[in-house]
Design a protein around this ligand. Sequence first.
Ligand code: GLY
Length: 420
Amino acid sequence: MKRLIQLWITSFVTLGFTSLNAEQPALAQSPAIDVPRVMRVAGRKLSAFNLSHKDQLAYPTEAKGSVWTTVDSKNWVSGFYPGCLWYLYAYSKENSLPDAEKWRQMAEKWTIGLQNEQYHTSQHDIGFIIFDSYGNGFLLTGNTDYLPIINQSAASLSKRFVPTTGLIRSWGNIDDKTIQTTVIDNMMNLELLVWSSLHGGKAAQGMPSNLLGIAKSHADRVIEHFFREDGSVYHVVDLDPSSGKVIKKRTHQGKSDESTWSRGQAWAIYGFSSMYQYTQEPRYLKASERAADYYLSHLPPDFVPPSDFGSSLTGLEFKDSSAAAVAASALLRLSNQTEDPSRKKQYFAAAEKTLQSLTQAPYFLESDDRAGILNYAARNYCEDPESKLTNTSLIFGDYYLLEALLAYAKATESHLAPGS
Ligand code: GLY
C-alpha cells in the first residue's frame, strides 16, 4: 500500500502535476471547487460508456447529446478514455475508496485495446494515444508489461523526425520530399520521447539523434518558427524538408492564419511546461510563460476562451472549454515552476478561476442527459453552432479537467472523500 501511495505521489511529480510545497501561492479560504462531486459525476458517465460498449472497444470522441460518437484505436483521441479511467483510479486510490479496483480493471481493459498503436507511424499523435493510457497506467501501477509498449511507441514517433528541419513531421506521408507539416499540438507528444529516454527507450535505428535530442530539437525549432512577437503561436508551419526552410505559417483549426487558435495556445503552454519539467532548461520555462501570458491577457471574464482569440462570436456555443481545461492543468504546473512570485500567484489564481467556471453550470454537465462532463467545447473554430465541430463535449476536454482537478486537489488538499 505504501508503495502504491509512493507511486501515486511520484507520478504526480514525474508528470509535472502540482504538488503542495512551501512556495504554493496563498489561497482563498474556501476554493469552492467541489472535486468529489465532479469525480462522482465523471465516474457515473465514464462507467456508463464502459457498460454500453462491453464487447466493442470503440473509443469515445464527442457528444452533443446522451451518446458519445466513437472512433477506433488509431484516432488521436483514443487514449483519453482510458486516461480518464486511470485518473478515476488514482483519485479512488488516493482517497481509499472501495471502487479503486473497479477503475483499475476498467482502465487496463481499455488501455490494452490500444496495444497495436505502438507501431503507429502515420502521424504524431501516438504520444497522446500511448502516454495517456499506458503512460498513466505505468506511473500509477508500475506494471512493467507497459514499459516495452511505451518505449516502442517512442521509437515509432522518432521515425517522423526530419533532421533537415529539426522538427517532427506531425501530419502527412512520412516520406514526403516536397512538404513537411508540423503543428503546435505536436509539443504535447514530446513527453513520450523524453520520458521513454529516461526509462531505457531508444530512437528508431538509423535516426541521427536520441529521443531526448529529438524532443529538444523539436521544441527549439518550435520556439524559432511558431511564436509571434506577442507570445501567441501559429497553429501550423509547413516546411521544405530538403532545405529546412519555412514555406508557410497558417492555421487549420483556427479562424485565420494570423489569428490564434485558443487550444493551440494552451497546447503550447502545456507542452513547454512539460519540457521544462523534464529538462530544467530555462528557455522552455520562458516559452511556456510567454504563451501563458498571451493566453491570460486575452481571456474573457469567465476564464473560458472562445475557440479562437480573434473570434468576434461571443456566445457560449463558440467557446472551447477543452482549451480551458488544458490551460488549467498547465497553469497549475507552471505556477510551481516559475521563479517569479507574481507570476506564481497569477497562474495559480487563473487555474483556480478556470476550474471554478468549468465545474459549474453552464460548462459542467451534471445530468446524464449528456454523455460528456464539459459542455461548450470546440474541435475547431466554427461559426455554425449546429456543426459537430463546436458546441459539444470532447473526451480530451474531460480528460484534462480530471487531470487539473487531481492536481488542484493535491495542491490545496482541500478535497473531501465523496459522500463525506
Ligand atoms: N490535436 C488536435 C486538436 O487539438 O484538435
